[in-house]
Design a binder for this molecule. Structure first.
Ligand code: NAP
Length: 241
């Protein structure tokens, strides 16, 4: 199947490791030029080298994506470097664990910054470019907790369900401009984040598979899929950790 991504330009945030990196790898493997970011320069360069070694084109920007000015900077990098922007995969690190009545204002505010506002800002910055060409794909990496809250991840549950509500609304507003907006909602995958959280996940997904699902959601033939929160979770009904 031709995903129609050759020479498209994709921005993938928080992409030096884990699910973001796997998404960038999959998009680059389909022929998209990718702009990636992460805070740690060393792992970011390693990820970029991996894409280049596989024959892909990539620009790596060492940057904290939760900074309010970061989305504008990243969109500008894509447009200045490659002349256009077609695909946005929004991702950021996940909040620390904590139950609903334990979570502090500081933790909630950080989660809302990273896992709600950052994605909204990214979409806002990208949309003028996507609208102009009447083609765009936006895929926001969130969590299966959008559908079933995880008791020990209250801050994450709160920010991600907010993003789902916003994205569903935006999807309707943008569809007639040729722009789709979807959420990719991972269950437990074999990444640093899951290893750090601990627990004993019953099922572990392969990040590389997840990245390919994201690439499909950003593809040409996925043009009629919008406003969807797609669980990539191995049929999990409870107990992320
Ligand atoms: P991961 O393996 O820890 O990788 C996180 C990546 O994001 C790294 O490249 C990291 O690089 C980058 N990053 C983190 N904070 C950033 C920031 N502020 N600015 C720029 N880059 C940043 O995490 P993951 O497992 O792939 O998870 C990705 C997202 O999916 C998280 O929000 C996580 O909560 C969510 N999720 C994951 C799973 C799972 O099973 N893995 C399940 C449900 C939800 P630097 O640290 O160098 O910046």
């Amino acid at each position: 199947m031709d995903l129609g991504l050759r020479d498209r330009v994709a921005l993938v945030t928080a992409a030096s490791k884990g699910l973001g990196r796997a998404s960038a790898d999959a998009l680059a493997a389909e022929g998209a030029k990718v702009v990636i970011c992460a805070r740690g320069a060393e792992a970011l360069e390693e990820a970029a080298e991996g894409i280049r070694a596989a024959g892909g084109e990539v620009s790596a920007v060492p940057l904290d994506v939760t900074r309010p000015d970061a989305p504008a900077q990243l969109v500008r990098t894509a447009v200045d470097t490659y002349g256009r922007l077609d695909v946005v995969v929004g991702n950021a690190g996940g909040p620390p664990p904590g139950r609903a009545l334990e979570v502090t204002d500081e933790v909630l505010e950080a989660a809302l910054q990273a896992n709600l506002l950052t994605s909204i800002r990214l979409v806002r910055e990208a949309v003028p470019h996507l609208r102009e060409q009447r083609w765009g794909r936006i895929c926001l990496i969130t969590s299966v907790t959008v559908r079933q809250p995880e008791p020990v991840l209250a801050a994450s549950n709160t920010a991600r369900t907010g993003l789902w509500a916003w994205a569903k609304t935006a999807a309707d507003d943008l569809f007639d401009d040729g722009i789709t907006v979807n959420l990719a909602c991972p269950g437990t995958h074999d990444t640093d984040r899951v290893r750090q959280l601990g627990g004993r996940p019953a099922r572990l997904g392969d990040p590389a598979d997840f990245g390919k699902v994201v690439a499909f959601m950003c593809s040409e033939p996925a043009r009629f899929i919008s406003g969807v929160a797609l669980g990539v979770d191995g049929a999990r009904v409870a107990g992320l950790l």
